[in-house]
Design a protein around this ligand. Structure first.
Ligand code: ZN
Length: 186
């Protein structure tokens, strides 16, 4: 098991439409394990296979356990996806509700963050790491991360969804403010 190097920002693999997973055997399991390790090492809350140079419809997501207070208040219950490792293969957004603009970052584009409008709630159908059909109903950060990762599998980066250049911000490496954002990079 090893950490995989991230594909550089200009790597064409980030712009490809990825191939469907058809073989859920040992090589997929190894890829998933290494993607999880890489995501945790960065650290990030999500990682899609093209980000480590593999053009395959696989993504891993792991949101931190803690919830932002306001998020909790809004919903009044616990997000079932927090603090859990989620692996999705061949995912597809089947339903969306609402729209919300929020700042987003990406491990494949560490120098920038930008304001991106995404659906606030989504239903995603996918397969788990063994090929079993699953359905995820998510809102808030999980809904956003799912949409971000599924974009990666279609060769789309968050900058493509930033409406204008004044909603894209450069992070200076020395800037303390950048630390928070990096933690939520996907
Ligand atoms: Zn990303």
């Amino acid at each position: 098991m090893a950490i995989r190097p991230l594909a550089p920002t200009n790597d064409p693999v980030l712009r490809e439409k990825t191939k469907k997973v058809r073989d859920f055997g040992p090589s997929l399991q190894e890829l998933i394990e290494e993607m999880v390790e890489t995501m945790r090492a960065e650290p990030g809350v999500g990682l899609a296979a093209p980000q480590v140079g593999v053009s395959l419809q696989v993504a891993v997501i792991e949101l931190p356990e803690e919830q932002e207070e306001e998020e909790q208040e809004e919903r009044g219950d616990k997000d079932p996806y927090r603090g859990k490792l989620i692996v999705i293969c061949n995912p597809e957004v089947v339903k969306t509700w609402g729209a919300e603009e929020q700042e987003e970052g990406c491990l494949s584009m560490p120098q920038y963050v930008g304001d991106v409008t995404r659906a606030t709630r989504v239903v995603v159908k996918a397969q788990d790491r063994r090929g079993k059909q699953i359905r995820l109903r998510a809102e808030g950060l999980m809904a956003r991360v799912l949409q971000h990762e599924i974009d990666h599998l279609n060769g789309t980066l968050f900058v493509d969804r930033v409406e204008s250049l004044d909603k894209l911000y450069r992070i200076e490496p020395s800037e303390e403010d950048g630390i928070d954002k990096e933690e939520e990079a996907v």
